[in-house]
Ligand binder design. Structure first.
Ligand code: SF4
Ligand code: SF4
Length: 69
């Protein structure tokens, strides 16, 4: 089953990944990181919806997302 890992400390909260994920399985976290950004987070309750398409990782300007298949 594909899944992603977001490095919350690298994330600057642009939410390109949230906007462009075709399966809507990424959201804004309610917890901020060390630099004060609210990072994106994978919605684990719906992780079976992830297709591993890598759109999120390609869109991320901070290379904070890894996709695993
Ligand atoms: S695209 Fe990258 S930097 Fe932007 S919110 Fe998503 S993980 Fe964070
Ligand atoms: S790999 Fe594709 S489906 Fe999975 S979280 Fe990223 S953009 Fe969404």
């Amino acid at each position: 089953m594909p899944y992603i890992v977001i490095d919350s400390e690298r994330c600057k909260g642009c939410y390109f990944c949230v906007k462009y994920c075709p399966r809507n399985v990424i959201r804004e976290s309610t917890m901020h990181n060390k630099t004060g950004y609210f990072p994106a987070e994978f919605i684990h309750e719906q992780e079976d919806r992830c297709t591993g398409c890598k759109t999120c990782a390609i869109m991320c300007p901070d290379t904070a997302i890894e996709v695993f298949k």
